[in-house]
Design a protein around this ligand. Structure first.
Ligand code: T4K
Length: 407
């Protein structure tokens, strides 16, 4: 059997179905906002649309301040600096690499902590074990929009004199303990990247209830300027521009619709994957709001007979571009791999989870037919697992492509 035999030619010839296809919203509303921006000739530097975007994000997140930025990575960098983290900061390795890079970029050492196998979030008991005299803070990541154990982390932070903030890149529009994510810790950071449920093409924000911190971050994102010709602080350029804010506001207008579509897609996946052995859809906490931005499958190869990588290969061969988020774990990426060559020894759960997770396409570019097709591909791959397992390599190296691996 060749690689080609494993794909249905009809499916291979239709456009790929991506994870992370942007939600666009009302294009006419976007165009009219962009036209108004052009007419005002005010394109950046705390423009009218950025201010409106900040106001609406703060309202949704239930906080006093939203400081909009050009992306979440810069927002994290600025928040880390404003909060005055230094030395060592405890973070999960199971996250997008930006969480760690934002620390390392300013020579703060990320110390990788293991996660809970069910929630995929920081395991508070393990956080406590990693605290040293150099530790100044903890950054929890609300992975897949499901909140960290904020109470346990806040308790540790308080007892050990540490600062606590959250990378909430996945969690805009989600709630925890009945209140919007945004007001936990000293500050929380959202991403509004194109692939996120609400997007500015590129964008991010720090939200906080701390007046001084918000004022400091506003200075930092604009070179430290506090008026014409007056710089009173070291700063960078982290500003959001008006075109991004136009996209973000248009996206916010459709927030409820995007959640409905994501929820419907999630329910369709849930129904159509039921009974396929060895794969499990990660759920969302009862009684909380979710944005359903990520559809996450856990693959148990001992039951389904195929490795997670083989499942992803079958999907890719059928033009379903599922992703292995977040493989291979940040501790296995440079420079962290060189800095901490034995980090895997203290990250056994992370090491397992990075080999089991597949993220499937959702959002407004995906419909019920696409999902049924994906479910059928999974069902037939797992039913024919002996045929597939013989013909597909078990693992793909980080950075390797799936087609390359078959050649
Ligand atoms: N913290 C966490 C926990 C995060 O997940 C992220 C970002 C950050 C911090 C940093 O936020 P930002 O600084 O980006 O605001 C993507 C996104 O680029 C990244 O924002 C996101 N997390 C991460 C989870 O996913 P990649 O490397 O997977 O991107 P890429 O280019 O492979 O695109 C993903 C898929 O989306 C592709 O299949 C194509 C599709 N796509 C992408 C774009 C940009 C489209 O269809 N249209 C598009 O315009 O990182």
């Amino acid at each position: 059997m060749t690689a080609d035999d494993k794909t249905n030619p009809e499916l291979r010839n239709r456009p790929p179905i991506h994870v992370g296809r942007p939600n666009i919203g009302d294009v006419e509303a976007l165009v009219s906002r962009v036209r108004a921006v052009c007419e005002r000739r005010w394109l950046s530097n705390d423009g009218q649309l950025v201010q409106e975007f900040e106001h609406r994000v703060a309202q949704i997140a239930g906080v006093k301040h939203c400081v909009a930025m050009c992306n979440a990575t810069v927002a994290l960098e600025i928040a880390i600096r404003a909060v005055e983290l230094s030395g060592e900061v405890i973070v999960p390795s199971y996250t997008f690499v930006a969480t760690a890079h934002a620390l390392q970029w300013q020579e703060v050492r990320p110390v990788f902590c293991d996660i809970d196998p069910v929630t995929h979030n920081l395991d508070p008991a393990k956080v406590e074990q990693l605290i040293t005299p150099l530790t100044t803070g903890i950054i929890g990541v609300h992975i897949w929009g499901r909140a960290c154990d904020t109470s346990a982390l806040a308790d540790i932070a308080q007892r050990r004199g540490l600062k606590l903030m959250f990378d909430a890149s996945h969690a805009f529009g989600c709630t925890h303990l009945g209140r919007p994510i945004g007001s936990f810790g000293i500050a929380e950071v959202f991403s509004f990247h194109a692939t996120k449920f609400i997007n500015c093409a590129e964008g991010g924000a720090v939200v906080t209830n701390d007046d001084d911190l918000a004022a400091k971050m506003r200075l930092m994102r604009n070179f430290g300027f506090s008026g014409y010709d007056r710089v009173i602080y070291v700063g960078t350029n982290g500003k959001m521009n008006e075109l991004s804010a136009a996209m973000g506001l248009t996206s916010l207008d459709s927030l409820d619709h995007f959640v409905d579509v994501n929820r419907r897609n999630y329910e369709t996946y849930k129904l159509s994957l039921v009974g396929i052995p060895g794969i499990r859809l990660l759920d969302h906490p009862d009684g909380e709001h979710s944005n359903f931005q990520y559809v996450v499958l856990d693959v148990d190869e001992t039951i389904c007979g195929l490795t997670r990588d083989q499942i992803v290969q079958v999907l890719h061969l059928n033009n379903i571009l599922a992703r292995r988020y977040f493989f291979p774990g940040v501790h296995q990426m440079e420079p962290y791999r060189t800095f901490h060559p034995n980090a895997n020894l203290i990250l056994p759960v992370t090491e397992q989870v990075v080999k089991r997770v597949v993220v499937l396409p959702t959002g407004t570019a995906v419909n019920a037919d696409d999902i049924l097709e994906i479910a059928n591909i999974l069902l037939s791959a797992i039913s024919d697992h002996e045929i597939h397992a013989r013909n597909l390599p078990r693992n793909i190296a980080p950075g390797g492509t799936f087609r390359e691996s078959l050649e």
